[in-house]
Each structure stands twice: as C-alpha cells, then as structure tokens.
Write a protein that binds this ligand. Sequence first.
Ligand code: ATP
Length: 452
Amino acid sequence: MPATTINDIVALCKRRGFIFTGSEIYGGLGGTYDYGPYGVELMKNIRETWWDAMVYQRDDIEGLDAALISNRLLWKYSGHEGGFSDALVECKKCGNRMRQDKMKDPAKCDACGGADLTAPRPYMLMMGLSIGATADGAVNAYLRPETATTTYTNFKNILDSVPHKLPFGIVQIGKAFRNEISPRGFVFRMREFEQAEMQYFVRPGTDMDWWEKWKQIRLDWWVNALGIPREKFRFQPHEKLAHYAKAAADIEYEFPDGFDEVEGIHNRQDFDLGSHTKSQDEFAIAATVQKNTDSTAKLSYSDPQTGESFLPCVVETAMGVNRAMLAVMLNAYAAEDLGDGKSRVVLKLKPKLAPVKAAVIPLARNVPELLTAAEKIVADLRALGIGRIETENSGNIGKNYRRHDEIGTPICITVDHQTLEDKMVTLRMRDDMSQIRIPITDVPKKVKEIIG
Ligand code: ATP
C-alpha cells in the first residue's frame, strides 16, 4: 500500500531521523523544519543527482553559489520589493489568515467556513534585514526569496571569466526565504526552503523552442533520475502569466491530496537582464522594465561572429528540493502485509538516492572474529566512495532489517558464524527481501553493481 496521506511520511520522518519540526523544544516556528541524519543524506543525494544532470553531463552550464543576503537594490530592480506580494485575506470570525490565490473557496474561510472576510490586501513575502550598525534598524538588505536574481547580477562576471557562446546556462542550489502567509503540507510550503534553479540564456527568437525543450528535459529528470513513474506527473500551464513571462508551466506531482507544483519552467524573455543592465536605452528590450539608474554593468552578450551586442532571453527551470524529497518519499513508501500478522514499512528508493547504501550486520556482538570480519567488509565498502555505509551491532537482526527497510537501505549484509568457516556472507535485498550468499571478496563488486 502506498502512502495515503502526508501524515504517513511525517511520522516516518520523525521516527527515523529524516525531518524534525524547527525550534521544536521551544514550541516550534511555523514553516521551518530541521533535517536529521537521513534527511540530510537524501537531500544531498537529490541535489547531487540534479547537479550531475545539469552541470557534469553537459558542456553548456556553469554553477554559482551566490550570497543569501543581498543589497536592497537587487530586489528593487528585480521587481520583488515593489511587487513580490501575495493577496492576504483574513477571516473576521476566527482570525485565520489565508493566501487568496490558494483558498479552497474565495468566499469562505478555509478553517471555519465563515463568510465574513476582509478585502484582500498585499502582503510582502520577502524577509527584510537590518545588517551592520544601522541607527534605526531599518531594512537595508533582504534574504533572497529565490536564487535566480543573483544569477542575473552575476551574468557578466561569469561570461567574462568562463566564456560561453549562446545558448548557455547558470545553475544555483540553495536556500530561499519567503514569509509565506500560511505554511502547509509539511515541507511542501515552508518559510525557509531550498531551490535548484537554472537560468538558460538564449538568442531572442529561439526562446519558445528552448522553453519546450527544457520542459521535456526536466520532466525526464524527475522520471529517470528520481525513479518516479511518468503518470505521477502532469504539466500545468499557468492560468495567469506574470507580467514578465512569455510562457510558463509547472511540473505537478500527484500528492495524496491531488496534483501540485514541484517545478516551474518559465520563459522570462529579456525581463531580467533588461531590468538589471545599465544603459537600457542601448537595447531594444521587449519586456516592460523599470528604469535602472543604479546598475554599473551592461548585461549584454556580444556575438563573436557579427559583433552585435544584445540582451539574451532567459528560460528558467525552478525546482524545490524539499518538494522533490517529499515526492520521492511518497512515491517510495510502501506499507506491506507480510502475512502471519506481520507487516513492514519500506522506502523503495532508487539505490543511488538511499541515505544509507548498505548496512553490515554481525550476527553476534560478543564474538570478536565476527566483528573483525564485519569491520573489514565495512572498510572495503567505504573505500568505494559510494556514500554512507553503516555497521549495525545492536544484535537484533529483525529490528535491524525493519529500521533499514524504513530508511530505504537497499542491501543488508549479514556476517554469521558460518562466515568464519566459509568466508561467505548473506546479502538481503530491501525490495523483495530475497537473500543470496556470496564470498566476502565479491561483496564490493556486487554492492557497486546494485547501487550504480
Ligand atoms: P507556489 O505557487 O507554490 O507558491 P511559486 O510558483 O511561487 O510556488 P517558484 O517561485 O516558481 O514557486 O519557485 C520554484 C519552486 O520552488 C516551486 O516549484 C517549489 O517547488 C519551490 N517552492 C516555492 N515556494 C516554496 C515554499 N514556500 N516551500 C517549499 N518549496 C517552495
């Protein structure tokens, strides 16, 4: 049986050290979560899979890791300071505050069903900061609400230092902060979350083709890299386009409550480079941008053949890493009836994504030869550099299997008394619980083969 509610995952995350409530021992802080030992590993594996596909497997994409705190002017010219707000509606009866565009029924309170609501009013989503010794604590910087803007402001730095011909892209993975009105759905909507975004710079006129191409490339990644079946996804075109967008669609995953966004693919035309460039008048900017009197850099591209200078268009792919992890866990979760009143919960993760790649279990804690044999296997597996390998010496094999099924460990390797005589061990596979016995010397090769 797959996970039927998010609560199945919430409980597993807490029980097995994936995700905890932020500031928990002081009553929590809405929209924040702390990632525990296995959550950290799963997030890292998803991030690395994305980076591998976007950077290492291509010639045309570079990485960037820009500051999380940035000068106010970035957010003035990006349009966020003036316009990055949601419409807030408050219920006069119960005080519930809601984001208007996410209300189940725009005429009724989501919490109490009351119809006496305030008129919608804009609510600033960016978190302002007062950094340095300001006299009055006034906001002079912001925590970034997305990674994209600092990619645009570094466009010239990257092009000057690591030259590329169009089309080429820049990616970032990192934290973003939004003062969401109503965080919900566990890690689905948080106030501090992580994005993996790409900005792909293309010649104007080719932008729609690239937008279509990137929609497909990104959907293929969700299916092939994360191992989630194609039918769990759909494309959802944006009903109302943002003023800067020429085309936009979301990749939606089928969560237990229905389809919802996990990644956005946007054709942002020349809005971003046009907004942040100096000498705007020199370029025929197609998007509507505000006049920039502060930028110190021309964010144009010079064609090496013709010498023509112009502002590239941008196709953006914007994924939420926390939502990716949630989708991966929901998809992998299974509660299985094993007969005889026995059952198990198992995370059938793609082996490459599993937080622990293999667990080595000496069957008795008090037999030094067994522990030595187990230690040697662990050392040989760690030398493979494939990720986390655990030694289990709690002595209870049933409990060990149950724990490793729940955190998605693909292989458990048992060292028993027989091992000391025949130099063989038992490999137990997570998904079908099948067991094979192989020579110790074959273990690294076999594990590598399974993990990929
Ligand atoms: P939404 O409509 O859900 O608020 P968005 O369209 O504003 O999202 P983008 O700005 O396109 O989202 O961000 C790209 C991705 O970042 C989203 O597809 C989502 O996976 C993730 N994301 C956005 N906001 C949050 C959040 N508050 N918590 C967790 N992930 C988020």
